[in-house]
Design a protein. Structure first.
Length: 277
C-alpha cells in the first residue's frame, strides 16, 4: 500500500500556499459566537403548562377527557343499544354522541373492523368519527376496493387519505386527529374553515386539510353556522365495528403579549437574560 507523507516539504508549492492561506484565515477569523447579535422577537409568552404524558403514546395524558375506557358509556348519549364487551364498545343501533361538546381538540380513538370480514366496498366494516357534521371515515379498507374519498381515514366525499395504512380485519387501528373547528361571524358568515390533521396507525394521512363544508352522501358540502363546540359522534352503519381507548384533549393557541418591536441585541453590550424557575 502506498503511503503519503503530509509534511509541507513533500507537497507541491501551490498546495502549500493554499494551506498557508487557510491557516491564516482560521487564525484571524473571530469565532462566530463572539460577535453574534441575538434576535429578540419582542413577545412575552405565557409559560406552557405542565402535562404528564401517558405511559405509552396511545395512553391518555393527564389533561385528557376520557370518553371510553372499556367500562361504560357514561360519556355518551343514545348509547343504550351499543354494548360493552371485553372492554370494547360495539356499534349498536343509531349514532351516539358525547354528552360534552368540544371545539379545537386532539382526539385519540382505536377501532377494529369485524372478523370474519363480510361484505364489500362501503358495506364492510363501515362506521365514522364525526366532529358535528364533519366525518372522518371508518371502513375496512384492507384489500377492499371502494371510492377513494370514502375509504378509511378519508374526509368523506372530500379527499382520500394520503396513503392506505389499514390493518387486517380484526386487528386494531388507531386515529390521532387534530381538529380545528370552523368559525363564523355574528351574521353566520364563515370566517375560518375547519382544518384537520389525521395520523392513521401513526402514519400521516391528512395534512392540515381544509374542509369544504360538511360531509353528506347526497349533496355537495356546505357550511352552516354553528357554535364552535359540538359533540363528537360515532356512526352506526349496520356493521359491528369495535372501539376502545377513546380520549380527547382540548387545545388552544399559546398566548403572548407584544412588549416591544423585534430587535437585534448586540451580545457584547447585553447582559445575560435571567432564568425563570
Amino acid at each position: 500500500m502506498k503511503k503519503f507523507n503530509l509534511r509541507s516539504s513533500y507537497l507541491p508549492k501551490p498546495t502549500r500556499l493554499c494551506l498557508a492561506a487557510c491557516t491564516i484565515f482560521i487564525t484571524i477569523s473571530p469565532a462566530p459566537h463572539a460577535t453574534a447579535a441575538e434576535y429578540l422577537p419582542g413577545i412575552e409568552w405565557e409559560e406552557p403548562r405542565q402535562v404528564t404524558p401517558g405511559k405509552n403514546n396511545q395512553d391518555p395524558p393527564s389533561d385528557a377527557v376520557i370518553l371510553f375506557d372499556g367500562v361504560d358509556t357514561n360519556a355518551w348519549n343514545n348509547a343504550e343499544t351499543w354494548s360493552v364487551t371485553d372492554g370494547f364498545l360495539i356499534v349498536g343501533k343509531g349514532m351516539i354522541s358525547t354528552k360534552e361538546a368540544f371545539g379545537d381538540c386532539q382526539l385519540h380513538v382505536e377501532w377494529s373492523s369485524p372478523l370474519p370480514a363480510e361484505g364489500t366496498g362501503q358495506g364492510r366494516g363501515n362506521s365514522g368519527v364525526f366532529f358535528g357534521p364533519y366525518e372522518i371515515q371508518v371502513l375496512d379498507s384492507f384489500e377492499n376496493a371502494t371510492y377513494f374519498d370514502g375509504q378509511a381515514a378519508a374526509i368523506y366525499k372530500q379527499t382520500p387519505p394520503l396513503v392506505n395504512v389499514m390493518r387486517k380485519p380484526g386487528e386494531w387501528n388507531s386515529y390521532d386527529i387534530i381538529w380545528n373547528t370552523p368559525r363564523f361571524d355574528a351574521e353566520g358568515k364563515l370566517t375560518e374553515p375547519a382544518t384537520v390533521t389525521v395520523l392513521h396507525n401513526g402514519v400521516l394521512v391528512q395534512n392540515n386539510f381544509e374542509l369544504l363544508g360538511d360531509t353528506p352522501f347526497n349533496r355537495p358540502p356546505q357550511y352552516n353556522p354553528h357554535p364552535p363546540e359540538l359533540p363528537i359522534r360515532l356512526q352506526d352503519h349496520r356493521n359491528p365495528v369495535r372501539f376502545r381507548n377513546i380520549w380527547i384533549r382540548e387545545i388552544a393557541p399559546i398566548q403572548g403579549k407584544r412588549t416591544q418591536q423585534p430587535t437585534l441585541r448586540d451580545k457584547k453590550t447585553s447582559a445575560k437574560r435571567p432564568k425563570k424557575g
